[in-house]
Design a protein around this ligand. Structure first.
Ligand code: HEC
Ligand code: HEC
Length: 424
């Protein structure tokens, strides 16, 4: 009798709570889609690991280097916790040399900051003999001192890339390409635009790669999946060659050959799992009611003056991302050449030459977590949010102008709203 009774209670409880349970399970929790916890834990160790030349964790390769930008992932990605953004000291220096003969592909790559041995150290002179033998960190220290900056001959461009935060990237990885393509179409329709016309309008384009995939990662949307980017980062930043991406050969030692691969695909997958497991950024209201009202007014202004045209608050099922994931032309002041960070091996996708990003095209960075990822813009030139906004040119120029015309207290409201977008 008691058994039947408790069975009844159980059945009743199930009936009452099952719909709630189902709703909770399908809630847009903001957590990235299932990641294997064991994989992610192993990846966390690798993400924090300080690599050495001939590192014991490498599987038969030369370990760190011979050229590298830091000794660990977390050395650059750390603001607001492991996986966050990084300061300008950790910027990555990229170069593009356009050949004088037309129809030849440009030579491009990274000038690595460090080397495992002095003979491997890369300098600007390796890019072109007319440039001084400055290393990336020496160039970095001339920042802000125009007279100390070397003159770069025409056809060559040097661009810095600032470290973005990796929070919530599991959600972006899971975002279907069609959502981004639909966003592109919607902007065209909204602004009544024939493609290729009206460069001042906030009408972006999806970063299309040669094989038809849409690029979702990198400042230029140059990489289609998180796994691809992690493999590229292992090779380009730490000099850890892996099945997806060969390690870079020192610019001055083109005959350097690694003894073998440094990482297995399994190790790369573990790091990808760790990055995918990082929680998404949060929208955290300020402490006092007065500041809450200020931020709410700023949020309304954000939409009213047109920031939300590109920094779309919701995209597909991702709420609060504040990005359309499209490339926009941002004006000549924000020029920076080439999707050079990622040089895929031939068997891997790359941008179709006709659709490769233009120097002044950048993917709208998601603004979630922006309060914890200073400095801003692709090379970290903006120290504050206010500066980042005022530096918008090209398709963002009109909105930047509207921002400039706001009263100082309204500008303060808008920035207060951005300050609510925090690392998890
Ligand atoms: C020297 C600093 C530095 C190190 C070390 C570094 N990164 Fe990065 N990371 C960057 C920069 C700079 C970018 C932006 C590159 C670009 O878009 O061209 C980036 C971008 C990324 C992205 C794409 C983010 C996005 O939203 O588009 C991922 C994923 C990533 N890094 C993972 C890693 C992993 C994993 C490691 C370790 C293997 C690592 N990074 C090591 C500086 C670094
Ligand atoms: C035409 C599209 C567009 C509009 C409109 C626009 N932005 Fe942006 N925003 C971008 C792009 C693209 C970048 C990256 C540019 C770069 O790195 O050189 C960016 C960068 C930023 C950044 C720096 C983010 C980071 O992580 O470095 C902030 C902050 C920002 N925008 C805020 C705003 C605000 C506030 C407004 C409205 C006043 C606005 N944006 C309007 C496209 C736009």
């Amino acid at each position: 009798m008691t058994i039947t009774k408790s069975a009844w209670y159980l059945a009743a409880a199930l009936l009452v709570f099952a719909p709630v349970g189902a709703r909770v399970l399908t809630w847009p929790s903001g957590q990235p889609a299932e990641v294997d916890a064991g994989q992610a834990q192993a990846g966390e160790v690798l993400f924090h690991h300080e690599w050495q030349p001939n590192d014991p964790l490498t599987q038969g390769g030369d370990g760190l280097g011979p050229v590298f930008n830091a000794r660990s992932c977390v050395a650059c990605h750390h603001q607001g916790g492991p996986g966050g953004g990084g300061s300008v000291e950790h910027n990555v220096l990229t170069f593009v040399v356009r050949p004088s003969v037309p129809d030849q592909p440009p030579r491009q790559g990274v000038i690595h900051t460090f080397a495992a041995a002095p003979q491997y150290q890369e300098t600007l002179a390796h890019v072109d003999p007319s440039l001084p033998s400055l290393t990336a960190s020496q160039l970095q220290s001339t920042r802000g001192n125009r007279r100390a900056m070397p003159t770069v001959p025409p056809g060559i461009s040097l661009t810095q890339r600032n470290t973005p935060a990796l929070f919530g990237l599991g959600l972006i990885d899971a975002l279907p390409d069609r959502v981004i393509i639909a966003q592109e179409r919607q902007q065209r329709v909204q602004h009544g635009m024939v493609s290729g016309k009206g460069d001042a309008l906030p009408v972006g384009r999806a970063p299309r790669l040669a094989d038809g995939q849409v690029g979702k990662f990198g400042w230029k949307g140059q990489v289609p999946t998180l796994a691809d980017f992690v493999q590229a980062a292992c090779a380009n930043e730490l000099g850890l060659g892996n099945p997806g991406q060969a390690q870079p050969v020192p610019l001055g030692q083109p005959n350097y050959r690694p003894v073998g691969l440094d990482l297995t695909l399994e190790q790369c997958n573990q790091m990808t799992a760790f990055v995918a497991s990082l929680p998404r950024p949060v929208e955290r209201p300020p402490a006092t009611p007065a500041l809450q009202a200020k931020a709410a007014a700023g949020k309304a202004l954000f939409t009213k003056i047109g920031c939300a045209d590109c920094h779309t608050p919701n995209l597909g099922s991702i709420e609060g991302i504040y990005s359309d994931m499209l490339l926009h032309r941002m004006g000549s002041d924000l020029s920076g050449d080439g999707p050079t960070y990622y040089t895929p091996p031939p068997q891997v996708v790359k941008s179709a030459p006709s659709t490769a990003p233009l120097p002044d095209e950048w993917r709208t960075p998601p603004l979630w977590g922006v309060a914890d990822s200073a400095p801003y813009l692709h090379d970290g030139r903006a120290k504050t949010l206010h500066e980042a906004i005022t530096m918008h040119g090209g398709q963002g120029a009109r909105v930047a102008q509207r921002y400039a015309q706001l009263r100082p207290e309204e500008q303060g409201q808008l920035v207060e709203f951005l300050q609510t977008l925090r690392a998890p």
